[in-house]
Design a protein around this ligand. Sequence first.
Ligand SMILES: O=C(O)CCC(=O)C(=O)O
Length: 212
Amino acid sequence: MLSLFQPFSSDSNHCLLTQADGTPLPNAEVVFYPEFYPYSESSILFEQLMQELKWQQNHITFYGKKIPVPRLEVWHGDSGKTYQYSGNRFEPQPWTDLLSKIKEKIEKETDSSFNSVLINLYRNAQDSVGWHSDDEPELGTNPVIASLSLGAIRKFRLRYIHDKTIKKEILLPAGSLLMMKGNTQHHWQHEVPKSRTPSAPRINLTFRNVFT
Ligand SMILES: O=C(O)CCC(=O)C(=O)O
């Protein structure tokens, strides 16, 4: 369910996410572009990325046991921008023309710049990403994350680390862009939960900066 938001102006294509009563999310700056790409264009991007990317099954070690992460992933970026999480070390694959084109549009329209992108493929409703913050030291002090959704719509949840009763839930449709900025990653966690309703595949691209 798309909830209350604060448009920046009446003709703005983006808005600041707020709590259900319209008050700001504490210690967060989360900006939502519901239609960053029109639906038809997002479908073409989805098909092209499905075909051209070399999807990998990565694993995490949990209580000494190696288990597959519930999604496929691939990391692209500038040479040398290595990224590590939960024991995984990603060496970036080079930018493809398509990924560069998407990156440039996001950079231009959000006045940001990025040197890498983690791309997730949620194959079905059982694929997910659990509660976490994008707060690894190599992402810098206040990471700016631009998260583009393509394919099936999925639920995205945010919860306040200091009071988990303060939360936010939003549906991320194909073509939408969610930007998390400022000190959000220090005070909030996010997840894409598994769903009981069957889901077609979804691709999510999270553009980031790695300082290594
Ligand atoms: O799929 C999404 O919308 C979020 C992905 C995510 O949280 C991540 O890659 O860190």
